[in-house]
Design a protein around this ligand. Sequence first.
Ligand SMILES: Cc1cc2nc3c(=O)[nH]c(=O)nc-3n(C[C@H](O)[C@H](O)[C@H](O)COP(=O)(O)OP(=O)(O)OC[C@H]3O[C@@H](n4cnc5c(N)ncnc54)[C@H](O)[C@@H]3O)c2cc1C
Ligand code: FES
Length: 265
Amino acid sequence: MPANLDAPLVAREALPGPYALLTFAHAAVAREARAGQFVMIKAHTAPEPFLRRPFSIMAVDPGRGTFTLFLKGVGPGSRALIDMRVGETAGCLGPLGKPFEAPPPGAEALLVAGGYGVAPFYMFGEELRAQRRPFHLFYGGRTAPDLPLEEILIEGGYPLALSTDDGSRGTPGRVTVPLEAYLGAEGRQAVLYACGPDAMLHAVARVAQARGLAAQVSLDPWMGCGVGTCLGCVVKIQRPSDARPKWRPACTEGPVFDARDVVWS
Ligand SMILES: Cc1cc2nc3c(=O)[nH]c(=O)nc-3n(C[C@H](O)[C@H](O)[C@H](O)COP(=O)(O)OP(=O)(O)OC[C@H]3O[C@@H](n4cnc5c(N)ncnc54)[C@H](O)[C@@H]3O)c2cc1C
Ligand code: FES
């Protein structure tokens, strides 16, 4: 069950560029969250914005009762969180949404991340490792500074393939380039997981469809409430049982959806 708490910031690590790692005390999120779920959170220190913003849970420490977010400062909500000092509190509701589902036995999990979309895959990698499931993480950005979690992932022993659009780090080109090279020509038993910009999610869905692989994508719409009330986050979904596409709230029925069900715009 999600819990709504004033969560104190217990640790803050500024990363190069507009990025930071923030760790909050919130026992329910720390205890119950699974990879792919998110919190709705807002710093109490700033009047703006009025509404909380959604952020993926990157890591949890149930022993300490804390969870960590990986943030990119892009607007008032994310910047106010990044500017918080240890001891200050944020209004935080979570864990929310539907998590990623592990692949069936024998299938490898291929995690494809674009930009801040890498956040839930840190936690998913930990879950898969605990279940002794094989996985590989493809982490792409526009340029080398857009891969601020590279060092942390390498230190954590994540099997990692990096790529940048401008070729400044890893394989040059889109993140689907090393993904397709890894998949190779032979049929590999794998499930694809994607989190990042819409165009990237769609590209991963096309790779999966062309190879007859299952894929789960974490969609990134605007969210107002996070609990299915405002309908600000609806996305067009057509499940096999649906005669026609339906608008479904991504906060409660997602953010993770089967890529085959998403009606791409
Ligand atoms: C499930 C989920 C998980 C997420 N996880 C993370 C995460 O782990 N880390 C992370 O950094 N972010 C994450 N996000 C994204 C984050 O919630 C948004 O970037 C959020 O809007 C930031 O709030 P803000 O007030 O800082 O910026 P906002 O003012 O909301 O603006 C965010 C950005 O979008 C642009 N923008 C504003 N309005 C519009 C519009 N109408 N149409 C298109 N673009 C617009 C702005 O120019 C700005 O660049 C996640 C989003 C979702 C839905
Ligand atoms: S964010 Fe309000 S219904 Fe999804």
